[in-house]
Every structure is written in C-alpha cells, then in structure tokens.
Write a protein of this length. Sequence first.
Length: 763
Amino acid sequence: MAPALVNVAVRLRWWTVVFWLLAAAGSTVFLPSLGSVIKNDNVAFLPSNAPSIVAASLASPFLSPNAPTGILVASRPAQALTSTDEQTIEHIEKEIRAVPSVTSVADGAFSADDQAFVADVDFAERTAGGGSAAKSAVADIRATFAAAEKTGLTFNLTGSLPILVDQQAAAAHAQNKTLVISVVLILALLIVAFRAVLAPLVALLPPALALAIASPVIAESTKLGVEISSLLQLLLTALVLGAGTDYGLFLMFRYRENLGRGFEPDDAIVAAGSKVGTSVTFSALTVIAALMSLLLASFGLYRGVGPGLAIGVAVVLLVELTFFPALLSIVGPRVFWPSVPRRGTGQSGAWGRVAGRISSHPVPALFAGVAFLGGLSVFLLDYAPSGFNPGSAIPGSDSGNGELVLEAHYGEVPSSATDVVFRFGSSVWSHPGVLEVAENELWETGQFSSITGALDPNGTPLPPIALASVYRQLGPPESLSAFTQSVTRVPPSLYDAYRASAQFIDSDGRTVLYRTSLTSGSPGSTAALQAIPAVRDSVSQVAADIRAQKWGVAGQAPGAADVSSISGEDVVKIVPVVVLALVLLLALVLRSVVSPLYLVASVVLSYMASLGLAVLIFVTFGHQLGVNFTLPFFMFIFIMALGEDYNILVMTRIREEAASLPLRKAVSQALSTTGTTVTTAGLILAGTFGVLALIASGQVRQIGTGLALGILLDTFLVRTLLVPSTTVLLGRWNWWPFASWHKNDEPDDTREDTRIRATTPIR
C-alpha cells in the first residue's frame, strides 16, 4: 500500500500538494484549537469510583469540582477593609453580574483580620472546560478591576475556571516555545546531515503541516470522548515534529542513494517508497499500536494521550507517504544543492568501519552493550514514585496571586487543602456537639497539622452552643448578607463567623466538611501521597465513632494517591499488550519469529537503562524524593514504540542486503548505509523531546529528559551494538521459520575483507 501511495503522489504531485494545503487550512478554520479543550488536572482523569472522586462528590456542596466557578478576592494589604471598600466591592460585584457568561455572584465572607473578602462567581455552562468563552468571561471580569484598584484595593479572580484559563494560556505559550525551539534544532541538524540549503526545509515542511492538521483533529475528537491534557499538547509537538522528520529522513536518504545509483529523479522517489515506504508504514504502526493500547487504561490521562497521539502519528504517516514525495518530485535533485548526488563507488565511511568491527567481533560487542545498559538498570533500585501538584494555579498569574491572598488571610485554600467530609443521617443543627467530637478525634489521629471547620470558620471560635443559638435566631447561614446584619443583637464578629460556617455545613445540615493540612507535608509532596492510606484509615475510624453514614478524604494528596495506584495497575495491564503487539508487527514485517523476540528484548533493556539513568539524575544526584508517577509508563510506551522504528529500518535493510550477501557482510553493509540516517533521526527525535526538559518543569521536564535519554541510548547502543551483534551470532536463525536466504546466512571466513562496498558516496 505504501509504495502505491508514493507512486500516485508522484504522478499527481500538484494535486496532492494542493489537497494537503487545503486540508490544513480547513482544519484550522472549521475545527477547534487543541488548547481550548485541554484539562490540566491529573485528578480530573480518574475513574468515577476512585476514592478521592467519591469523596469529592460527597463534598460537592462545598467544592463543586466540575462546575465552572470562580472566586473573587478583594484585599487591602496590612489594613482592614473600610465601609467605602465595601461599597466598592458591591459595585464590582454588580459589574461582574453584567458579564454575559456570569450567572451569579454570591457574597462569601470577610477574613478574621478584616483585610480580605471573597465572593463566589458562577459561570454559564458554555464556559465549562475553558476555551474561548471562558477566556472572554475571565478577561471581562478582570477588566472591571482597574478603576477600583486605584483606591488601593487589590482584586484577584481565582477558583477552578480562572485557574484553568490561566493554565491553558500557559500551556499554549509552552507549546509555542516548544515548536520554535524544536524547529530551530531540527533545521540545524538537517543542515549538518545534508549540507544542503533546501533539504532541511523540504524535510521539515511535511511534519509541520501534519502538526497543523493533527492538532484541531485531535481537539475535535473530544466530542467522541477523548480527554485531552496539556501534557498531550506538548508531547504532540515533540512527537509529530520528531517522528515526522524521521520518516522523511528515511525516504530522503534512500532517494539520494538511488540518485547516486543513476536513477531518474521520479523513479528514485518511487523506488525509495517501494523499499522504505513499507518500513516507514510499519514503524508508524508500531507507535500507533502502542499508543492505542492505552485505551485499556483506567486512568483517563493515558486514555486521552494514547488515542490523541495515535491520531497525530497517523496524520504524519499519510502526509509523509503522499505530500512529501509530491513535494520532493516538484523540487527534484535541486533539494540537495549545492551538493549533487553522483554515481560512484565511494568509501564506506565511519559507519562502515564501525559496522565491520562489530560484524567481525560480535561477542565482545554484545557483551559490552549488555553490560553497560545493565549497569544503568541497577539504579532502578532507587526508584520511588513522587507526588504531584494537580490543577495548581500558575505562579505569577492573577489566579495564582489570588490563591496567595486566600492562603494568607483564610489559611488553606480549597485548591490545596485536604478535605475530610462526613455525611450524617440527621441534621447536625439538632446535635452540634458532634462537630466538636469529630474535630477532636481528627486531631488525636496525629495525621493533621491544622483543621478548620464550622467551629472556627474564619479564624473566630464558634462553640457548638453559640452555633446552635445563632442558628435558632437567624436561620441557615447561607441565606445571610455579608454587608447587612439582619439582627443587631448578634455581635459582628459572631455574625461573620456564623455566615462563614456555610462553607463547612451543607444547607440540609447533614454534610459536614473539615479543611485540613497534613502532618506529612505539602499536598503535592511524595510524603503526603504515601501517607494517604493511613489518613483514610484514621478518618474511617472517626466516622465510625461519630456514626457518620458516609465519609471521604478529597484533595490533591488523596487524588495523587489514587492516580499513582491506578497508574501502577495500568502498567501491569498494558505492558504485556504492548509487547505482544510489537512482536506481532515485527514478525509480520520481518517474516520471522526469532528476530522480533530479541529486537523487543533489546528495547526493553534500553528502557530499563534509560529509566535507571533518569533515576540517577533526578533521585541519586538531584536529591528528589522520587520520579513522577507517569515517567515509567510513558517511557515504556514511547521507547518501546519509537525504538522499534529504528529496528525495523535496520533489520529490513539487513534482510534486503542478505538476499545477495553473506549475513556478516549484509549486516555491515546495512549499518554502513543506514548509520547516518538512524543517527540523524535519533538526534532529531531525542532533541525534540529534550526541548521539553529545557522549557518545562515538574512531570513534563522529567518525561522529556527520560525520553530523550532513552532514544539516545537506543540510537547509539542498541542499534550499534546489540542488534547487529545478535544478528550475526544467530545467523540463519534470524529468519526462522522463513529462512529464505539460509545459504547466504552461513558465517563466511573472509573476515579480513571488512570493508564494505558503498552504495553511495554521499555521507
């Protein structure tokens, strides 16, 4: 199929180019942007039966985790708010209510020091998930702050939707930086590889076009249930540009080789497609198969990243097999100017000499490669998963500044606190003493360094007797106004504290929430993640003592614990599927049962070594408590799939050469002719992932570093030492049971002739 596509694309070159340019323009105009549909909270990808999600649902009267909401924060640094400030705040609230996408603005409470005030903002359903509507609404609200802030008041808009909008803006900025730096890096490497002016541009244009098409197509796939994260947004740029350029390189190097053999330009392209096109197709299929296996995952982040990136690779494959040959046909041999491919014998070059030594001494080469990779794998003994900081506000953003104000004046804010929630069979207003019992028992567990609840809602103590008394006088706290005391005999401080208790007691009085800090550390820390099982056991015992019908622990640390646990289960479930899929695809393309086994084993060893090297960098030398929980999983998927790309290219070339040469010479010849291609492709792919390590932080930096290291190890060790030496040692068994070239597979005794006939003088 691949050769046929290349042939048609060359014959209909102009129509092919026009079709893809129109496809890029149409997808950009008529489909949504990728940045408008991302989720940035790892916990948002958990299944509905995860304990932290069940707890968040139980606490939904207080948290509203899935609703498009925000928090208006007004503050005056180091000074109490005045009556004039209250009027200004009321005016701002009125202006916010007039914003088209805002459905309501409800007064919250003054802080205990009277220096801050909060109000809850509800947004229309169309703003859910971010996107242009949410971006516009948040911008309109923030535009109302300018005039009021001239009085010395400070306003911030934070909460779930504003944080998401700021995250999406940051993700789009990071993607743009990734794109620019990756393009510069790829162009530099291509210039070195081809020593030509047009070749780098022609090689880079197809993956850039594929990225422009794939991004909106993936965004559109969310309508089918695909979940998109900012991690996918960054990985897509690196994968499409890296893999797309690799596939183009495989075809372009073979095209140049064919020109050097005397082919006519269009015939050289078609011949390259007939030889390399199948290899490129199966290379892409290995990546797609590995990514699609993520549909078996329970963790939604993996399910979204898998199909989303698979769509990107599929688009790249189609573009490289059609648009790229058509473009190459239009440009012709001028693509290699100022160098001109000439027919000749040439010398084997550096790769030929390396290949000759490895073919002549396969045992030492194999031993050296296994020993080195095995030594790096030893560092896996220090492996430990780390915590993460899901859904956190971007530092320095308006929502991030708002979170800091909330933390300074109200203690733990909803986005960073660990929430303990109980559901009772009857209203606690009839027996408020249970609130004190629950809080005391939570303190006694030793799991919490701070606890805030209905008895201390804003920093002002509110004993159970006082709470019940004010309830009888004023009714439910959520119905009271922040600025007008309806009953003058209730002291202002008690009135404000009682109003604030609505954050901790549901309107029916049956659901009670305690906002806590963990003794183990910050909610995003590894220690907090590891402490959650003990925290849940302690809360379970408290729930039994106070006769609560339901209970739960929600927040970052519980979510991280669930993500880590479910992610680990997904690894166990998906790894065998990926290995089996790759073995079957390799068996199909190589028509062998034996070769796929050691090819997959070599990449598994490469994966273990690269993960061990990542542990060495981040844990042993970097003194971090662990590596991000997603790193082992994504490294396995990408290194296994992308590593087999190069295996397929090298092994299909070895099989091709073995049709006319003894195996030892066929291996040397194949490595000599593919060495530059694989090296350049590996550097480009590793470089695009390495860009993530430079511009990103946290889990993205670790993933980028791990993938870049894994690809480099695979390029320069697995493909250089392990695969060729094993192939030589196995001889005819490489092709079992289809030993088509068994006569040529016999070891030859002409080891002194290790120089290889070059197929092209161009290096």
